[in-house]
Write a protein that binds this ligand. Sequence first.
Ligand SMILES: NC(=O)c1ccc[n+]([C@@H]2O[C@H](COP(=O)([O-])OP(=O)(O)OC[C@H]3O[C@@H](n4cnc5c(N)ncnc54)[C@H](O)[C@@H]3O)[C@@H](O)[C@H]2O)c1
Length: 322
Amino acid sequence: MQKVLVTGATGQIGSELTLALRERYGSGNVVAAGHVREPDEALVESGPCCFMDCTEVGTVSETVTKYKVDTIYHLAALLSAAAEKNPQLAWHVNMVGLYNVLEVAREKGCAVFIPSSIGAFGPQTPLDNTPQDTIQRPNTMYGVTKVAGELLCDYYYHRFGIDTRGVRYPGLISYKTPPGGGTTDYAVEIYHEAIRHKKYTCYLREGTYLDMMYMPDAIKAAIELMEADPARLKHRNAFNVTAMSFAPEHVAAEIRKTMPEFVIDFDVDPVRQAIADSWPNKMDDSAAREEWGWQSDYDLASVTKDMLKQVSRKLGIALEGR
Ligand SMILES: NC(=O)c1ccc[n+]([C@@H]2O[C@H](COP(=O)([O-])OP(=O)(O)OC[C@H]3O[C@@H](n4cnc5c(N)ncnc54)[C@H](O)[C@@H]3O)[C@@H](O)[C@H]2O)c1
């Protein structure tokens, strides 16, 4: 039975991935390591929780030893918009934190899952059908740390034989935990504002296509990649994975199928727009499909249906019998 540690466990992905891992490998076998945000009831009651600052190698090492961890899902990071606000801290958390985790994994023989991102590409990358192996010259601190992280993980695999694996996640849509300051957060906010005010002002311009994915697919991708037969993996880290590609007006149109009075307008934030413009419109994820059988379950219609239902339940605002 695996002994798993999840860093960044109270974040958007971690709060759901931890519960899914506990269901699969047993509650006591999955340790949730949080940081600033207090773990919620579901996390505390379903298994072991601890505090961890991944930039302090001692706390990473002690936790791995204490719980006899053999697999680390390293999710602690600063996301794209948050990283542009504080690039120095982003470098520290995203690079020093990752380096510490890889070093502890090397010393103690752990496997490591690390999410990269569509932010690892850049303005010179082909924006349509973005290949698995292509030009990566990002112009954001987030992107710089993601490319460096991809390379570092490949290095630890080739040089030290550490079982590192990872995906390039697109924007993730979920309702349980708010997103942590990314460029694709609008695709979560829009559902909350639709339910609350029937109106949303979007900080990205009309026509801004980006890859997206619903959280159940993101969790499935992480677990399936970590369980994949290593003999089939030609790549190790940074697999392109996507489920859908859309622009803000397409989400609005989908919401209007349930809520015809919903309106969207635009007040463009130049920082996040510039980041979005440097990211792919749509990635080619055929390597993930061929090497470990990646396939998404949710499209925009099914995500919208579920998000409206779940967010209205969470906010306690009825969808007026629809
Ligand atoms: N959410 C997305 O849309 C998305 C898309 C692509 C990639 N990713 C990647 O997935 C990973 C997890 O993302 P998320 O959306 O859950 O982010 P999030 O911001 O919701 O969670 C990250 C967590 O890391 C914690 N953290 C910050 N500094 C820390 C430190 N020094 N030590 C330990 N923990 C610290 C934060 O408290 C936070 O809970 C990140 O690597 C991110 O780049 C996310």
